[in-house]
Design a protein around this ligand. Sequence first.
Ligand code: ADP
Ligand code: MG
Length: 206
Amino acid sequence: MADALVIFKPDSAYRLAARAGIWGWLSSEREWRIESLEWFQPSKQLIEDHYDFLQGRPFFPWLVDFMTALPVVVGRITADPQGLGLMRYDLGETQIAKSRPGSLRERYRIYGGLNCLHLSDAPEAGAAEVKRWSEFLQLDQLKARLDDSSEKPDHTYHLRSLATQVASGIHVDSASKMMRELIAEETDLEGEKLEALWRITLGALS
Ligand code: ADP
Ligand code: MG
């Protein structure tokens, strides 16, 4: 059995319908087991190490802000290598334009690096990631409870359309304003936390 790290990134941890949809999939434990789940706000250093292979890429400062701005849901999964491969297949490709129709990322991600879920891509990566995060988390208990349904609306496709406009410089002000309203409707965050979710969302479009 291989260990793998799973993270509900802020764009799925707080967009409640997206979170419920992804949790519905994860909690089916089809060919994997959820060994732990908890809320945790990673430090900048931890994220810089976790994504060290992306250091120097233009989006790296945004990626670090994205992953450290708010607490996220972190868990450990066990699966055999084939089960982990199936999970990555269900998740879909990293780039939105390439993500397989029906995959979680095609269904819930908004734009660019806002792609909802981290999942170790192979047993070796999973072992290394679990070792690194174990310095900060026990990864042995189900402490977070997530719902598999939500009364909040799911505006993914509308948000994606507006995000494409903003990123292309088309109707930037009105499209951003509408995105902000839709994001607020999808979450129950308020105040500074809602501002942080908005900042990292907008940051992905520049
Ligand atoms: P995956 O999450 O599919 O394993 P990678 O490990 O290659 O993908 O990248 C880690 C994360 O970095 C991605 O999930 C995404 O959030 C971000 N990322 C990768 N490439 C880009 C990019 N070109 N633009 C913006 N963000 C990116
Ligand atoms: Mg990866």
